[in-house]
Design a protein around this ligand. Structure first.
Ligand code: HEC
Ligand code: HEC
Ligand code: HEC
Ligand code: HEC
Ligand code: HEC
Length: 362
């Protein structure tokens, strides 16, 4: 920390020195970051003003320190997948540079591998050091507008509640494409033979789950209303408790301390009677967790799912509907909220899968 602060100070000095040089060398100085570029060296406001805007964030208060402290405990900071950025298909979600590039290009892959990758950090989500004022807390351009999910570029998802910040998260927390793709997900006769055991939606996909999208429609699925009354931040950034849960840790619970941060659930009078340290509204989380287990067992007995790796068993043909159920199961499983993101959607896709595998005798 000390090292960083010294660096910040040194950089501040360098920038003000640089801007003073700029002022004395040019007659008509460019509009500086602080908007205070002088016409001549006499007023001396340029360097001063720029420092003044730096202190909007870099100052003696703990506010920036607090956010960094929380962020450092998040999986974005502690996760180990940044190295995946050396592949253009992975960089958009696993590196900061890749994400920012694809926000601009709208592409699903980066133009080149991202070597020297930065992990997801303040700059990935915020404008940091763009205007050098507190305006830079605003989220990256495009991050609050609708996006088209990878599985269907003609569709559009807009998680607009609370200023649309969930669109920022959803762009990464969505399924990857997989091959072969299902064109008849309800067909019990047409079959396909995936060659990759990683066939499926990848890991967590709450960005589409919250929207009630992304599953293969093997039946008609309902959708709960969380999308229109909460954002990812409402729940995941609810009142922080140290660096364990909430705030920029993005954690909902801490197993060691036994904390479940349901401040967001109780906000605005919703779920006001929810017990302390619980997300189990009317037993629905328990219900979904049981259903996930039931379908997992069926998929294992049907010799489709390897329960050690949670991957698909390859080398044989599956009916498209079986694969659709498998995809939907993995969505529910890796969503990890046990129905909190979207109870009805999760419930209905699981029930449909359970019914189908039961009808097949599993
Ligand atoms: C909107 C708030 C904000 C303003 C205004 C701001 N900074 Fe920063 N600065 C940050 C954040 C956030 C970080 C990254 C902290 C981290 O990742 O640990 C940072 C990091 C730094 C660092 C460490 C190296 C780096 O780039 O990560 C330096 C040096 C720095 N800022 C200098 C400045 C200077 C000089 C100014 C004014 C010209 C300024 N900052 C204005 C928020 C701000
Ligand atoms: C640039 C893509 C990206 C963005 C934007 C992003 N995430 Fe993530 N998130 C990831 C990746 C990748 C991981 C896993 C990191 C690892 O394991 O190395 C992750 C991990 C997480 C985890 C921990 C998951 C677990 O299973 O432990 C949570 C919670 C989370 N993100 C929430 C959010 C929220 C909330 C937002 C928006 C405020 C958000 N993320 C924005 C890519 C992103
Ligand atoms: C659409 C965005 C996206 C793309 C593209 C993507 N990932 Fe991920 N990946 C994520 C997210 C988000 C997580 C974390 C999900 C969670 O934990 O809830 C993740 C998790 C992982 C994990 C598991 C980390 C753990 O903690 O277990 C691995 C490994 C991984 N990704 C590898 C890759 C590789 C390799 C590629 C490229 C071939 C890739 N990913 C492409 C979004 C993506
Ligand atoms: C994964 C995306 C993400 C990352 C990484 C991230 N933030 Fe944020 N941050 C958000 C979101 C989303 C909000 C808005 C929360 C809300 O809507 O209540 C926010 C809000 C803030 C605010 C309040 C802004 C305001 O307008 O008052 C500050 C300050 C802040 N973040 C600082 C940081 C710092 C410092 C870092 C790096 C250590 C950081 N953030 C990293 C997503 C992120
Ligand atoms: C209504 C509240 C709520 C909303 C809205 C919400 N989440 Fe969650 N989320 C949860 C709960 C509760 C869990 C389960 C966490 C636990 O048991 O620790 C969870 C779990 C997760 C996980 C698995 C890792 C973890 O923390 O256990 C990720 C990743 C995640 N959410 C990301 C998101 C993203 C991205 C969004 C927005 C698209 C979002 N969530 C919206 C409540 C919410």
């Amino acid at each position: 920390m000390k090292r960083v602060l010294t660096f910040i100070f040194a950089a501040g000095m360098m920038i003000s020195a640089a801007s003073l040089m700029l002022t004395s060398c040019t007659k008509e100085g460019p509009q500086g970051a602080s908007g205070a570029a002088g016409k001549d060296g006499t007023n001396g406001t340029n360097g001063k003003d720029q420092n003044a805007t730096c202190t909007q964030c870099h100052n003696f208060s703990d506010s920036l320190v607090t956010k960094i402290y929380q962020y450092n405990a998040s999986k974005h900071a502690t996760g180990s997948t940044t190295f995946e950025g050396t592949r253009t298909a992975c960089a958009p979600c696993h590196t900061s540079q890749g994400y920012v590039e694809c926000l601009t290009t709208g592409a699903d892959t980066t133009l080149a591998p991202v070597n020297d990758a930065a992990p997801i950090n303040c700059r990935t989500c915020h404008q940091i050091h763009s205007t050098y004022t507190t305006m830079d807390w605003s989220l990256k351009a495009n991050s609050t507008t609708a996006w088209s999910p990878r599985y269907d570029h003609s569709a559009s998802i807009d998680l607009a509640f609370n200023g649309g910040s969930s669109n920022l998260c959803g762009r990464c927390h969505q399924p990857r494409l997989t091959s072969p793709w299902l064109d008849k997900p309800t067909s019990t006769t047409d079959s396909l033979k995936p060659t990759s055991s990683r066939w499926g939606p990848h890991y967590g996909i709450p960005g589409v789950m919250l929207a009630g999208k992304g599953a293969f429609a093997t039946g008609s699925f309902g959708s709960s209303g969380h999308k229109d009354i909460t954002s990812c931040s409402t729940c995941h950034q609810a009142k922080a408790q140290g660096a364990l849960v909430g705030g920029h840790t993005l954690w909902m619970s801490d197993d060691v301390e036994g904390i479940k941060n349901n401040v967001g659930c109780k906000a605005s009078g919703c779920h006001a009677s929810l017990a302390a340290n619980s997300f189990d509204v009317n037993g629905k989380q328990t219900e979904i967790s049981d259903m996930i287990h039931t379908l997992k067992v069926k998929l294992a007995v049907a010799k489709m799912l390897d329960t050690n790796t949670m991957l698909l068993k390859t080398g044989k043909k599956y009916a498209q509907k079986q694969l659709a159920v498998f995809w939907n199961f993995k969505m529910a499983y890796y969503d990890k909220s046990e129905g909190v993101h979207n109870y009805l959607y999760t419930h209905d896709m699981l029930q449909n899968g359970i019914d189908y595998f039961t009808s097949m005798g599993y």
